[in-house]
Design a protein around this ligand. Structure first.
Ligand code: AMP
Ligand code: MG
Length: 344
């Protein structure tokens, strides 16, 4: 990866980037520009059979099959052509190896064919930067809750610093694994939320906060036991949401009290959950802070996260030569410098 200093806006006053996302279940491509924002965002999501989770090889076969069409549709919908692009961005990681490889290969091929630079993007930072762009948050305390992450982070000295995270399952994995236990196919969060909304009967479940970290594996085991004992599934879903979200809100509140942020932003697929937003909004009001929730359309994985963060990174001079454009299955966001964040 190279940093060559900020790109000269006078040469091209409106950077235009195509971004490719392929870290897990979603293959997506998007075109963004500096001035107009998101021009297109096309996705095709791999759906595993009922009762199953994501099988990496099958998901990557899906991605290979749809990649060319999705990229073409994103370009056509944006009204741009390949030569209008300044660079091609791709999700370098973290994610599932076989899936990441399809995105990386597609991006390399496009960059080589068009003679454009390649920009590597950290997927988790993609969730955060697109959330900031869409909600207008500038330097918020961020709750990143998705299939791959459950983290509370705050930006300091141009790096996201982790103030709390899960020690085992992510919130998304907790909900998906509970759903799969009763035969749903991943992702299950929306169906769990629907089931939970039909109940207000709380069944006692473990509540695990260690330091400022959370843990959900004991909660999942206890919830499965309740299902086995014949408790109504909506009561189990309601109770799992109440317990898991309460621990998440607790660690977010402690981080908020510590940093004194006045903005809390929630991003990631689980940000679509209305009960969680309700609990967070009660908490942030106590601290006279503002809560921003990423719009549902962009809460899950999408190309716009990669394209927009790629635009910020390319504007700060970050590119990677094709020959060095590896993938990184485990690439923590707190190891990535953010040269475009000039104020934090
Ligand atoms: P991502 O990895 O960001 O694409 O997010 C996917 C995760 O979000 C999956 O684990 C889904 O089950 C979860 N999810 C999606 N919608 C909801 C919802 N309404 N409530 C809770 N979780 C959700
Ligand atoms: Mg994600």
């Amino acid at each position: 990866m190279r940093e060559s200093g900020p790109k000269d806006r006078d040469v091209n006053g409106n950077l235009c980037i195509l971004g490719i996302e392929s870290t897990a279940h979603t293959f997506s491509a998007s075109v963004v520009t500096e001035k107009e924002g998101i021009l297109s965002d096309v996705k095709d999501v791999y759906l595993p059979p009922e009762g199953s989770g994501i099988h990496p090889t099958e998901a990557s076969n899906h991605h290979s099959a749809v990649a060319a069409r999705v990229i073409k549709e994103a370009l056509v919908a944006s009204g741009k052509n390949g030569q209008d692009l300044d660079a091609v961005a791709y999700a370098m990681g973290p994610g599932l190896g076989p899936c990441l490889r399809v995105g990386a290969v597609s991006a390399r091929a496009l960059a080589l064919a068009l003679g454009k630079p390649l920009v590597p993007v950290n997927h988790a930072i993609g969730h955060i930067e697109l959330g900031c762009m869409l909600t207008g948050a500038t330097s918020p305390l961020v709750l990143l809750i998705s299939g791959g992450h459950t983290m509370v982070v705050s930006c300091s000295s141009r790096m996201w610093r982790v103030l709390g995270e899960t020690l085992d399952l992510t919130l998304g994995q907790l909900l998906d694994q509970l759903g799969r236990y009763v035969g749903y196919s991943s992702p299950c969060g929306r169906r769990i939320e629907e089931a939970a909304s039909r109940s207000n009967r709380y069944l006692r479940l473990p509540y695990t906060v260690k330091g400022n970290d959370v843990s959900f594996s004991g909660l999942l085991t206890a919830a499965k036991r309740l299902v086995d004992d014949g408790e109504p599934f909506e009561d189990v879903c309601f109770s799992v949401q109440e317990s898991a979200f309460a621990t998440t809100v607790e660690v977010t509140e402690r981080a908020l009290a510590f940093t004194g942020n006045k903005e809390v932003m929630v991003v990631g697929g689980v940000a679509a959950n209305k009960r969680l937003a309700e609990m967070l909004s009660v908490m942030v009001q106590r601290h006279s802070a503002r809560l921003s929730v990423v719009p549902i359309r962009y809460s899950g994985d999408c190309g716009a996260q990669i394209a927009w963060t790629g635009l910020l990174a390319y504007g700060a001079g970050i590119t990677v030569p094709v020959g060095e454009s590896i993938i990184r299955q485990s690439w923590r966001l707190d190891t990535v410098p953010l040269p475009w964040r000039t104020s934090a």
